[in-house]
Design a protein around this ligand. Sequence first.
Ligand code: CA
Length: 232
Amino acid sequence: MSKLQILVVEDDAPVRNLITTTLKAHDYRYITAATGEGAVMEAASHNPDILLLDLGLPDIDGVEVIRRIRSWSNVPIIVISARSEDTDKISALDAGADDYLTKPFSVEELLARLRVTQRRLALMQGSNAQKAVYENGQLRIDYASGCAFLAGEELHLTPIEYKLLCLLAQNTGKVLTHSFITQSIWGSSWDNDVASLRVFMATLRKKLESTPDSPQYIQTHIGIGYRMVKVE
Ligand code: CA
């Protein structure tokens, strides 16, 4: 596999240097931008493989950068935000970001996020999302028959649990926000839909996970949403 090129968008020079030093040490190529306008320009001219995007930029808002880039590109976007910017993080995910890192983050966290994103890229390039059968670890979904199996045994899912499982599966590797999920499943995102979502997620996990308390397939992002993990 040729070296991936990462576009690093960060106005804080020390943080930008930490990121680029890490990328260099781990055999990634990179380009940088320190502003939102710069990010949009670099993304358009270099067509990077992954974007690392700080949300707090001096000119245009990071969420606006995502909206602009998403109008022409599906490049995976990992947003970087401060802990106090949880609502920004959610807006960023809803605008089409794939994942997030919260400042301060460690080099290991950064590399782990990049690995998750690379796996997602590989899935996208293998156009797994378009296939009639989804396979992940012991989980198998046969979209044509509308059935899901775990280790060859059919899972007895309610229609909503099945829809929920398919939505997560089709977005494997990507963090889906509560409001994105409830919009997709119920067409609305009232607070009580989010409460129902928790209930359906709990029953789905009981059927899907051998140890629902430490789930293997569906990760919880507290206050944000859920992600289907690619299981080896
Ligand atoms: Ca910043």
